[in-house]
Design a protein around this ligand. Sequence first.
Ligand code: IMP
Ligand code: MG
Length: 183
Amino acid sequence: MERREPPGRLGRVLIAGQEVATRVADLGLVIRRDYAGRFPLFVGVLKGAFVFAADLFRAAALPSNLDFMGVSSYGGSARPSGIVRLTADLSVSIEGRDVIIVEDIIDTGRTIAYLRRNLATRHPRSLAFCVLLDKVARREVEVAVDYVGFAIPDEFVVGYGLDHDGYYRNLRDVAVLDPSAPA
Ligand code: IMP
Ligand code: MG
């Protein structure tokens, strides 16, 4: 169905684009230092992390590769189903590689838990997780992540790659969205 307007109503800016950029640059420098002398494989989790992955990959400025994998947990709605599904697999083997998974946000923790289980069976040399946003209060599954951009409150956010129903990914800011409000 063709839409005239994106769903929901945009609210306040939670993290301005400039603040995101500064933090991503810092994370890149930390990863650059931690992985000095190694050749890691960055894996962006589609679709939400594609903007973050592109920026972090450049900020780290290491001799490294980038690949993507697709997982889906939300479908079209703003509430999680709890079921994580692989929608696109990696195009390369990760056996023996230093892998850095780049994810947009941890909410319940189920996506990260699924990725850890799935990727550990492929015998990487190491497996690290870097997430931009952490909704700490919503955690249902305990997961350890290595790098976090920002801890955020329990609000639905969009922008910088994050969507609602496919919209808002192209915003530079991370902003709060009321998903149920008419546009
Ligand atoms: P988890 O499996 O519950 O941790 O959910 C993580 C996934 O849910 C993320 O990769 C996002 O795709 C999606 N998600 C969780 N919270 C938000 C949000 O506030 N805005 C947009 N997507 C979200
Ligand atoms: Mg995601």
